[in-house]
Design a protein around this ligand. Structure first.
Ligand code: SF4
Ligand code: SF4
Length: 459
């Protein structure tokens, strides 16, 4: 006899007017049950610790479904094969190659008060970098290529970006490869002509930062030299929104602290800024507390957001979205590997420009876009001809089924995080560091049940 069966830790059970709903956060399987004579209904009503194998009208179909979909387990680590398979799909997937490029290293035209980067590191990517990257893509022969341009401010290297993307699109060897590009930019240089040009070269996604109302944004994100940046960015966003035929997605990221965005200002921000984009589904506003990124940032402590404030604002935002019936997207974002950092993926490489002070010919390879100068973040070199040489740091970053700790087996976030919410923190603290999540699995599940109404009822 093995150990008795019980509900898996990832399963949430909710009693409502129409019976019980069950959501499995491991695989997002969910159903409702309203037949009071059903053995599972009785088990849930009795709140028993263990559940006996049952049949319904002589059939084991329901029981088999529960076991196969990890609703019931004898031991929590039975979920490991599922996690291993999923991780292989998202991380080791050799058909997809993900590159994060720093066209101008950390150089920037802004001087944001909370920035963690060293803007003096400004050597940029040139033709030799372009050739190494093209050779690397050829050698990897992926079916899908995703390139994210990051910085500093990547648009300071617009010529390189355009040259590289045009070369990828023109290369015959890549004819069957699916190529998409994205960019994290401060938006200042993303005028409409640049936007059109990039859009034609495969750009499908931009993240642009607008830190609140003009005055707050300008004090948090001034140009180098101190001038205001809000108006130019806002005009660029408006102009993009006017281009109704461009199928891009734009995430407007709003970093905040207790001064820059409290409940009154949020109201004003929604009226003054967000309302102009509400009818344009291509735009999405996301709100993020200013955190302690990188070591220098701690000195800029005044700009950091207090935990109590982010908790209050986050719960307010969710409440507001719920009132309008539009928080399904937010909730679903909890369910799509949303806490899994790209640095934990096997097939994701951060590439720095080849540096004259080294040999001027090879590109440094990293994983994390925050711990940019950390020695552990140096995981190898990309050589002329596209040859990748990985060092012993690489495996410290990459998530695999051995990465899980005992606590992860019981955690409802396990398939959002895969113990890889922040590999940099995992390495620094030598343990798996959980993401900050203010909502409980019960709260989130209740919202999902009331919004989804996607129910498969057992007979
Ligand atoms: S690291 Fe924390 S949040 Fe991530 S799976 Fe493990 S216990 Fe859950
Ligand atoms: S490893 Fe951590 S700090 Fe680095 S990009 Fe990922 S979440 Fe951010």
């Amino acid at each position: 006899m093995g150990a008795p069966f019980r509900l898996s830790s990832q399963v949430v059970t909710l009693k409502g007017d129409h019976g019980w709903s069950l959501i499995n956060w491991l695989n997002l399987e969910n159903f409702s049950i309203n037949d009071t004579r059903h053995p599972l209904f009785e088990y849930l009503e009795n709140d028993a610790e263990h559940i006996e194998q049952f049949t319904v009208n002589g059939s084991r179909e329901t029981w088999d479904y529960l076991v196969e979909n990890y609703f019931v387990v004898r031991h929590q680590d039975e979920i490991k094969p599922f996690l291993t398979k999923e991780l292989a799909q998202i991380s080791e997937n050799s058909r997809t190659l993900q590159l994060i490029l720093l066209p101008v290293n950390q150089a920037c035209n802004f001087d944001c008060v909370y920035c963690y980067e060293d803007h003096d590191l400004r050597h940029s990517m040139k033709q030799r970098d372009r050739d190494i990257i093209l050779d690397f893509i050829k050698a990897s022969a992926p079916e899908v290529l995703q390139i994210e341009f990051f910085g500093g401010e990547p648009l300071l290297g617009k010529k390189f970006i355009v040259d590289l993307c045009a070369a990828i699109k023109a290369e015959e060897a890549f004819a069957d490869m699916q190529f998409t590009a994205s960019m994290t930019t401060n938006g200042y240089l993303l005028d409409i002509d640049t936007f059109r040009l990039l859009s034609g070269l495969g750009f499908e996604h931009f993240q642009i930062t607008l830190d609140g109302l003009p005055e707050d944004h300008n004090s948090l994100r001034p140009l180098k030299g101190g001038d205001a940046s809000f108006d130019a960015i806002f005009q660029n966003l408006r102009a993009i929104s006017d281009l109704t035929d461009e199928p891009v997605s734009i995430v407007v990221r709003v970093n905040y602290n207790q001064e820059s965005l409290h409940l009154d200002k949020l109201k004003q921000f929604n009226l003054q800024i967000c309302s102009g984009f509400t009818n344009d589904p291509r735009f999405q506003f996301i709100f993020k507390p200013i955190g302690e990124y990188g070591s220098d940032n701690a000195e800029k402590a005044n700009a950091l957001c207090q935990d109590t404030h982010s908790e209050e604002l986050e719960s307010h935002l969710l409440g507001e979205l719920e009132k309008t019936g539009s928080d399904l997207g937010t909730l679903i974002s909890y369910m799509k590997r949303s806490h899994f950092c790209y640095a934990g993926k096997q097939n994701n490489y951060l590439l720095f420009p080849a540096c004259e002070s080294e040999d001027g010919r090879t590109m440094k390879v990293g994983k994390c876009t925050v711990a940019l100068d950390d020695t552990t973040n140096f995981v190898g070199h990309l050589h002329p001809g596209g040859k990748l040489e990985i060092n012993s740091n690489f495996s410290k970053w990459v998530a695999n089924s051995e990465s899980f700790e005992i606590k992860c087996m019981d955690c409802f976030l396990v398939t959002q995080c895969y113990a890889s919410a922040c590999p940099a923190a995992n390495i620094e603290f030598n343990k798996k560091v959980c993401p900050r999540v203010h909502q409980t699995k019960e709260d989130l599940s209740k919202r999902i049940v009331s919004l989804c109404q996607k129910e498969a009822i057992f007979q």
